[in-house]
Design a protein around this ligand. Structure first.
Ligand SMILES: [Zn+2]
Length: 99
């Protein structure tokens, strides 16, 4: 069984669409934040959390550490979905020394 491949024309892929094609869609509407973050933790993906959402995630239990050379990152919080200027980046401890 072959997977269905949808091809877009050259005029579809503008610079703006190419840029935003790599952006993660984030948490689905109606999905609880804990499930979304647990999925990211199971895949060992980096997690960005704002100051309010950070204490709700037990990072030590999931094996996550903060990078000391990246104290703050700006971006969308994986918990509440709001843009934050001073978010905390959490990475899995097995990948912490690779970045
Ligand atoms: Zn948040």
């Amino acid at each position: 069984m072959h997977a269905l491949t949808i091809l877009k024309g050259k005029d579809f892929w503008t610079a703006r669409r190419r840029l935003f094609a790599g952006v993660s869609p984030g948490r689905r509407p109606g999905r609880l934040p804990g499930g979304h973050i647990a999925d990211r933790a199971d895949l060992k993906k980096a997690i960005t959390l704002c100051r309010d959402c950070l204490p709700k995630f037990s990072s030590a239990k999931a094996g996550y550490v903060t990078k000391r050379n990246l104290p703050f990152v700006s971006g969308r919080c994986d918990g509440c979905g709001h843009y934050t200027e001073r978010g905390h980046l959490l990475v899995h401890h097995t990948l912490a020394n690779l970045m």
